[in-house]
Write a protein that binds this ligand. Structure first.
Ligand code: GAL
Length: 353
């Protein structure tokens, strides 16, 4: 009897000590969060000289500054450029984790290689916000601390197609320059491994077909989002299909600018070849204003960067992410987009929000 009382007493004491320990641990954790006056966020870019990505990078830096001013919390942003090399990016992830980053924002080089980064982040318990290059769903579902911010590729493409349908309906000869009853086009496509390329191509053409624009594809090629590659392809096509090309459909603005460069070099005058892009980068918008680009689709870069940064900074501070209900399935955010044409002027900004 006496023995069992001593035993019960010991168990109770141990339980009390354990409970007190747990409470102390939780309290200390909360206290640490409350006291946090600085956070460190790693930003990993697949290629720093990509025009759209560098625009996003500037917008992210802007967000960090605003956040510091509003909250008084210091933000250290470590920005790294993988220069299109996944191994380099994997080492950068390791380096940033060893620097005790509180969250990582990853623009992954090879979207099928996300599991390596996820493993490292999970082991260090550091959340990851992927952006612009979407990991496969299976990888995204591996952990609750994984997020994705991007622009919906089908939406971009439908909006791009709609710009052309509207132009054709208003004035068929604006696209069918030689008046033979069909619009003869060439296609400049982004990286074959990027989720956006195929979807943008497919839905842009589908929208044109659904909109009743008679089409004839002359040729197409992959220029990996790059101005110089697009320019080289276009130069070749202009020689090969002299006088036949009426429209250049581009998966992004930089390739559209490459096509414009080639047209300029060939000395083709009179705006007879129409060109459309996607992104609404500053250089793209310049080309639109000067009449060299017929239209583009702008993704709202400020919102894009604000959401990436908000998710990362909240996680870094140990706060809830989902409270403003902006995320689909608690993980995905789709950035708003709007068509831009010469006639849309400044109105697009109102439409975009
Ligand atoms: C696309 C964008 C391209 C390029 C690419 C990089 O969404 O339209 O211009 O930046 O992302 O992943």
């Amino acid at each position: 009897m006496k023995k069992s009382r001593i035993y019960l007493g010991t168990v109770l004491l141990a339980a009390c000590l354990l409970a007190a320990g747990v409470m102390l641990y939780i309290w200390k954790g909360q206290k640490q969060q409350e006291d946090k006056t600085a956070i460190r966020i790693g930003i990993l870019l697949y290629r720093g000289d990509d025009t759209f990505i560098s625009t996003l990078r500037s917008a992210l830096e802007e967000q960090a500054k605003e956040y510091e001013q509003e909250t008084g919390v210091k933000v250290a942003l470590d920005i790294m450029d993988a220069k299109s090399n996944q191994n380099t990016q994997n080492s950068q992830v390791e380096r940033l984790l060893s620097l005790n980053c509180d969250a990582l924002c990853v623009n992954i080089v090879d979207r099928s290689a996300a599991s390596i980064i996820i493993d490292k982040a999970m082991a260090a318990d550091v959340p990851v916000v992927f952006f612009n290059r979407e990991p496969v769903e299976e990888d995204m579902n591996r952990w609750e601390k994984l997020y994705y911010v991007g622009a919906d590729a089908k939406e971009s493409a439908v909006l791009q197609g709609q710009i052309l349908v509207d132009a054709y309906r208003k004035k068929p000869e604006s696209l069918d320059a030689n008046g033979d009853g069909t619009v003869s086009y060439v296609l400049l496509e982004g990286e074959s491994s990027h989720q956006d390329s195929l979807i943008r191509t497919e839905w842009s053409i589908q929208t044109l077909k659904d909109g009743g624009v008679p089409l004839k594809k002359i040729t197409g090629g992959i220029a990996n989002w790059e101005r110089s590659q697009a320019s080289a392809l276009m130069e070749q096509w202009l020689k090969e299909y002299r006088g036949q090309i009426e429209l250049v459909i581009c998966n992004n603005d930089d390739m559209a600018l490459g096509a414009i460069d080639a047209i300029g070099r060939e000395g083709i005058m009179g705006n007879s070849i129409k060109i459309v892009g996607i992104d609404g980068t500053p250089v793209g918008q310049e080309a639109l204003k000067s009449g060299k680009l017929l239209g583009t689709v702008e993704s709202d870069k400020d919102t894009y960067a604000r959401v990436i940064f908000t998710i990362a900074s909240r996680l870094a501070m140990g706060q809830e992410v989902n409270e403003d209900q902006i995320l689909e399935n608690g993980k995905y955010f789709w950035c708003p987009q709007a068509p831009l044409t010469q006639s849309s002027g400044e109105n697009f900004r109102e439409n975009a929000h």
